[in-house]
Design a protein around this ligand. Structure first.
Ligand code: UD1
Length: 420
């Protein structure tokens, strides 16, 4: 199993360009199931989660060609309408194939994703939306069995603005009879990107990015095609990780390849803490800002503070003046990085879904273990500023969602080595 050796503390310098967003790529790959004509995507990141989604699509009979980072997906012959447990259990986003399969074929069998390290994560909102659209759904032997004649357009009001449920229902609505309105829809930039991808293919989608999305369904026999490859948006979570690394090390760096509005809540929080950040057309410039001061934040659906940046923010807060509080509102078990950060000298106490972080003078390198994707990023950020060497184990968590992270940090002058 690979591990990372990180030696700190170091200033960073230079420019880093983030990859295309994992969380936009995964639903767009699932949406390829909708179209009979090939889907071409440009600059798709080489990530384990992307490979898992591609394997899942291949297991259903789709033909996939990769040329460098460009991908062509041919869903003209889908032979197997089953998403098997073996793949779904490794990546929850696999459940995103349910909506498009059901819409195009009237049938789908998808393994229930089950829990994951950061929480129980049910799919009830996905399923009740599909039921309101006329699907008959049963749970048998760990699988969701869904069937319908043809989905019906419906007025759906989500009980929570779930990102995955919004995406599944948007894709299901493409071939529904009539229009579908999704109220209390998730507003994340990745939802906007999925809508833009569908629009690129000629589907009528309005309101993505607001709480009310409207999709006008067409017959499943309609042939959609797109003249050019689609380019997925830049990864705002990866960008936030580098921005925080720049501020933690009092550095001058540029982080490019993403749209700054997608990170407004994070940038505004960092600025309140004393971070100096210039917004550019395709990213931000981080200026040396000295030691930042603590803050009180809570995670929330977009446009609130993203849960996917909570762990990285905590690493920064450990080296701020004064105390900070983070309240995690989205996932019930997303503080697994806390005991690992403590091994590097962080002072954090937990009470329910809140963490109190006491700023310390310095951190010291230590052997630590990754527990989930963003927790791993927090450990790297802390290790980059800790005195001496840290050994970060179980980096496969990191490889699910960060492309070439150590190469990118090395490019900024950090001392990071991967040991096989
Ligand atoms: C997506 C992101 C993930 C991010 C999360 C929240 C992808 C591939 N993953 O995950 O990185 O952390 O959004 O921004 O895009 N819930 C239910 N019932 C449901 C669906 C969700 O109770 O049917 C709950 C979940 O358990 C969780 C909360 O709603 O507590 C948010 O989940 P959701 O927005 O659906 O997140 P994901 O789409 O799984």
């Amino acid at each position: 199993m690979d591990k990372l050796l990180v030696t700190g503390p170091h200033r960073l310098e230079g420019t880093v360009k983030v990859s295309s967003a994992k969380n936009a790529t995964l639903p767009i790959l699932a949406a390829a199931l909708l179209f009979e004509t090939p889907v071409r995507l440009a600059d798709i990141p080489k990530l384990n989660d992307v490979s898992t989604m591609l394997k899942l699509l291949e297991s259903m009979g789709l033909k996939i060609e990769r040329s460098g980072k460009d991908i062509t997906i041919d869903a003209s012959h889908v032979s197997n309408l089953v998403a098997d447990y073996a793949l779904v259990k490794t990546m929850r986003a696999s459940v995103l194939v349910l909506g498009p399969m059901l819409a195009r074929y009237g049938k789908a069998k998808v393994s229930l994703p089950g829990g994951c390290a950061i929480g129980a994560r049910p799919v009830d909102i996905h399923l009740s939306g599909l039921e309101k659209m006329g699907a008959k759904i049963q749970i048998e032997q760990g699988y969701i069995l869904a069937e319908c004649e043809r989905l019906q357009g419906a007025n759906l009001t989500l009980s929570f603005p779930s990102v995955g449920a919004t995406e599944n229902l948007m894709m299901a609505a493409v071939y529904a009879d009539g229009e579908t309105i999704i109220e209390n829809a998730a507003r994340e930039p990745e939802i906007v990107d999925l809508a833009n991808f569908l629009i690129h293919f000629g589907v009528s989608v309005e309101g993505a990015g607001t709480s009310r999305i409207r999709i006008v369904g067409v017959s499943p026999q309609k042939k959609y095609s797109a003249p050019k490859p689609y380019r997925v948006i830049g990864d705002r979570i990866e960008a936030a990780t580098f921005i925080i690394a720049g501020l933690m090390s009092n550095s001058h760096i540029k982080v490019t390849g993403f749209e700054p509005w997608t990170l407004d809540s994070v940038l505004e929080t960092l600025e309140k803490m004393g971070g100096k950040i210039n917004r550019l057309a395709d990213g931000v410039e981080v200026l040396p800002s000295g030691r930042l001061k603590g803050a009180v934040i809570e995670t929330a659906p977009f446009p609130g503070f993203p849960t996917d940046v909570q762990a990285q923010m905590m690493a920064l807060m450990c080296l701020c003046d004064g105390n900070s509080v983070i309240t995690e509102q989205i996932f019930e078990n997303r503080f697994m990085h806390v005991p690992e950060l403590a091994r590097m000298g962080c002072k954090i106490s937990l009470k329910g879904n809140a963490a109190l972080i006491e700023g310390v003078e310095a951190l010291s390198g230590a052997p630590v273990m990754c527990t989930d994707l963003r927790a791993s990023a927090a450990l790297i950020l802390a290790a980059l500023q800790a005195k001496g060497q840290s050994e970060i184990q179980r980096v496969y968590h990191l490889d699910r969602g960060y492309e070439d992270l150590e190469a990118k940090f090395k490019g900024l002058g950090a001392k990071v080595e991967r040991v096989k």
